[in-house]
Design a protein around this ligand. Structure first.
Ligand SMILES: O=C(O)C(=O)Cc1ccccc1
Length: 308
């Protein structure tokens, strides 16, 4: 049976663009559009889809909180790929609508965050209504629920809407990063240019605990690519830290660091090791290469056998 890919839909979302740009998408892939990130994750958890693509973070607005919460707090899912999409937005409406007619504008909160300045200047009186996705906003405009949507041009076309303004993002060159998730299974093979994502929970009363976490990474020359915190929910002032670093858990330095974190943190959740899609990892110093780690392990094994 061909693989089923759930995604934040309907057709015309930036997530769909990301999905279609996945380098190893099988030609016979089946698509399962879902309304909202939790619905994508639920489809994967229920076995209604083999994979799910969800927006993870944006270069303007930062993390997508529902995605973070799904990965940190929901039933475990594994990130197996990442993909980056350049995002640019149009304002669109039913044919015949003019800028003066627009009283309500709907879009995804991350879309809104990226065009807020433009809307303040050009439609200062319009009311913003959050939608589960940019394409769903376009659908609601086509159905007459709202006056205008902020979405990708393809979503406007799909719903026969007219573009009132294009390229309305406040920051040119914005990029959104998406994560492809699956149920826990065999990890993607290391490629030599991978990223690893995990979550740590550290006890609040331990002084310097976060420093201790970072030290485990720094001591092994592991380059951190993201750190983010989310509230722990059960107590104010306690957080989960979501960390991302260069390397694969199969790499000795990353595996060792995670094992150390398992000892020093109250909890560690592994979220995935997968090919990095934006750029090449930093070069490693000679003492942090796999070869150096294997050589040191070999040396230790000899010592333990008395071969001093
Ligand atoms: O709603 C969409 O089209 C999405 O894929 C989520 C999103 C929204 C705004 C910017 C990037 C991704």
């Amino acid at each position: 049976m061909s693989d089923r890919y759930a995604y934040l839909g309907p057709a015309g979302t930036f997530t769909q663009q990301g999905l279609l740009s996945l380098p190893d998408l099988p030609p016979d892939a089946q698509f399962v559009p879902c309304s909202g990130v939790p619905a994508v994750c639920a489809a994967v958890r229920a076995g209604d889809a083999d994979f799910g693509l969800i927006p993870m973070e944006n270069s303007v607005e930062g993390p997508v909180p529902t995605t973070t919460d799904e990965l940190v707090l929901g039933e475990p899912l594994l990130v197996v790929r990442e993909v980056f999409v350049n995002v640019t937005f149009v304002l669109c409406a039913r044919p015949g609508t003019t800028m003066q007619d627009v009283r309500t504008v709907s879009t995804h909160p991350h879309g809104h965050a990226q065009v807020r300045g433009w809307l303040d200047t050009h439609l200062p009186a319009a009311q913003y209504v959050a939608a589960p996705s940019t394409s769903e906003a376009a659908g609601m405009v086509a159905a007459g629920q709202y006056d205008a949507a902020v979405c990708a041009e393809i979503a406007a076309q799909n719903h026969s809407l007219e573009v009132l303004a294009a390229g309305i993002e406040d920051s040119a060159g914005a990029v959104t990063r998406f994560a492809l998730v699956s149920l826990p299974a065999a990890l993607p093979e290391p490629t030599g240019n991978d990223r690893t994502t995990f979550v740590v929970h550290i006890a609040q009363e331990r002084h310097g605990a976060l420093n201790g976490v970072l030290t485990e990474l720094a001591a092994r020359s592991i380059n951190l690519t993201r750190i983010e915190s989310r509230p722990w929910r059960e107590r104010i002032g306690e957080y989960h830290f979501i960390l991302e670093c260069e390397g694969h858990v199969a790499d000795p330095r990353v595996g060792e660091a995670l094992a150390s974190l398992r000892r020093i943190c109250a909890d560690v959740r592994f979220i995935g090791s997968y090919p990095r899609a934006d750029r090449q990892n930093e070069d490693l110093p000679h003492f942090a290469t796999d070869k150096a780690f294997h050589a040191a392990q070999g040396w230790l094994a000899k010592i333990r056998k008395g071969e001093v």
